[in-house]
Every structure is written in structure tokens, then in C-alpha cells.
Design a protein around this ligand. Sequence first.
Ligand code: NAD
Ligand code: ZN
Length: 369
Amino acid sequence: MIKTTAAICVAPNVPLEIDTLTVDGPGPGEVLVEIVASGLCHTDLTALEGVNASSVYPLIPGHEGAGRVVEVGLGVTTLCIDDHVIPLYGPECGECSMCRSKRTNLCWTIKPTRDRGVMPDGTSRFMRGNKPVHHFMGTSTLSRYTVVPEIALAKIRKDAPLDKVCLFGCGVTTGVGAALAHVRPGDKVAVFGLGGIGVNIIQGARIAGASRIIGIDISSAKTELATSYGMTDFIRPGPDAPDPVVAIRDLTGGGVDVAFECTGVLGVMRQSLDCCVPAWGVSVLLGVEPSGSELSFPPVQVRYGKSIVGSYFGGIKGRTGLPGLIDRFMEGEIDLDRQITHRLQLHEVNEGFHLMKQGKSVRSVVMFE
Ligand code: NAD
Ligand code: ZN
């Protein structure tokens, strides 16, 4: 058992508390990881705001981290002490029907316990005093030390800077991966929401050879970054502005080939379908909707050829797919520096989420070293 400092969400809509907790050593098949850096993602905010269905309080948020292996549990064969790792909220056991299929990157081997905020044996490794604190997304990277199942850790090359490649734990992989999976050379693309996910879709769409990339955001704070990543046009919806769907159709002569939704707002999901070209446009939904909500749309749009698909972690299988994507960063194809708008210490974490809510940050990275 060791001590850790962590951010704790005791209940929805109250500031995170920073406290010292104890972490039990890794159980069988588990690994103790020392986190070096962790980016803040909007999905953490959904847990803080009480609209994430897989949150059991109190919990330690964070799912965009990178660190080093400190200790391995019984039966762990693929990781050693000092390996560099990225915790995965989507594990890859390699054996289930999903892992064996090329059609999905999902692996639900440990999903039931992960969604209840505990390790696969049904218990938490974190204790505050004599009360357990729950894991979140199976990662809890806003803790200096965290325990993660072996199947939920991607081993990465040691020369990759951990204080940057932590972003591959979510935002970069999700955005770049989704764009590479859906954009073809010459495509016209719309990206709704220019946060950490949206800007990475833009850089992925540019890499994939998109001819036009239209960004849509209610805030203009990120237009400079988005433009540097490849955005060609920007639309800022508002009470006095034209409907973004009409504006996109006007700009493209009828609609985009692929539209990505990265806000989690139901109305925007509908816009991302409406702005696609009728016969083959694809609306890719990435945003996490408030739990329990439903989306409606006229079926005729789909009957004539549009499709609605989703993307989870960019469609990348974590353990086998992440190292190759990190190579592309190390070779200079993917940028991380410009999207890290803020670096914070753990005690400043509430400020990080405040910046996110105000739309002022793209990625804030909490530094543990
Ligand atoms: P973010 O808060 O950094 O960015 C969201 C952006 O959307 C902001 O710039 C905001 O101004 C903009 N926005 C809000 N309402 C809008 C509207 N009506 N029209 C246009 N723009 C609007 O969030 P993020 O970290 O980039 O995450 C985006 C979404 O993706 C969240 O819902 C998050 O939970 C989800 N997410 C999904 C996956 C996945 O695997 N599918 C992974 C990570 C995050
Ligand atoms: Zn995320």
C-alpha cells in the first residue's frame, strides 16, 4: 500500500477536492502506474456535472494520462517495471469476439466493473481514510498513482515525451483516428465543436487529404489553432447569424461528404446529419450525450443514402493501435504542442475545468512532475 495525491469528485457539481489517499498494490492482472501528466477532457466534466452514466461517487476522474509502471500484479506478462504506458478507458483483452473482429475497437471484457467504478474483482484500490473512492473509466489518471488492469494499458516507446503523449489517452487518438477512418482524399468536411476532439479531427482530416474543412463553434477562441491545423472556413452560430446548416450547404454547393459532431449537444448531432450531402454524406457522432437522451431525424435522409455512425476512441484498438499512432507524432506528422493551451499543477485542476467550460482551453495538461 502506498500514498497518492489525487483529485476527488465527492458528488456532482461541487469543486474537486485534492487529498492524500492510499492505493492498494495491484491485484492479479493489474498494474500500479505512476502518472506523469494527464490532460483534461470534456468527458471528465460530464462526471463532474453528474450527467455521465458510468460515474459512481466519490470518484477520481481523469482518462488522458501517461506514466510509468511501478509494480505489476500476479500473472502480468506483457509489462515490466519502468515501462512507459498510456491507460486505456477502452481495454483490449485480445481474446474476446470484439477484439478478434476487425469491425470494432470495443472490448467489453471488464466493462461491467469499469462502469461501476471498481477493478475487475469488484473492489476499489483507492481508500480515503477508511472509505473506498471509486475509479473512473478504469483509469483515474488525476491521481499520482493509479491501478489499471494490464489489458487496459498500452505500452509505448520510451523516447516519446510523457507530458505530451498523454493526449493520446483520449483527445488525439479520438480525433485523428476518427478522421483517418472516415475522410477520403478530396472530401469536404464539417467539424462541429473545436475543442480537443474537434481540432484533432481537423488535423486528421488534413492528413487524410480533405479539400475543405469547415469548423463550427459558438466560440471563436480556437479559430487560430484550428486554422493552423487545416481548417479552411469558420462558422460561428448565434442568434444573429445564419443557420449553420444553411451556411455549410451554401459554402459547399449542397453539403459535406463527412460531418463530425464533437459537442455532445443533441441539436448539433441533428445539424451534423442535416448538413451532409444527400446521397452519401456520413455524420459521425463523437460527443457524449446527457445520459438517457434520444436523437430524432427524418428517416428519409437515411433512406436516400446518408448514414449516421459513431466513433469511440477514434476506432483505434488501444494496445495494438496506439504505438503506431505515436510513431506518427514522433515523425512530425501529428502536432501536440499547439493544442496544449495550459499546463497546470494538480491543485489548479478546478481552474482547468473552469477554462474548459468557458471554451478558453483546448487541452489543459495537469503535471505531476
Ligand atoms: P471541449 O469542451 O473541449 O469542446 C467542445 C466545443 O464545442 C467547445 O469549443 C464549445 O464552444 C463547442 N460547442 C458547444 N456547443 C456548441 C454548439 N451548439 N455548436 C457548436 N459548437 C459548440 O470538449 P472535447 O473534450 O473536445 O469533447 C467534445 C465531445 O466529445 C464531448 O461530448 C466529449 O464527452 C466527447 N468525447 C467523445 C469521445 C469518443 O471517443 N467518442 C472521446 C472524448 C470525448
Ligand atoms: Zn476523453
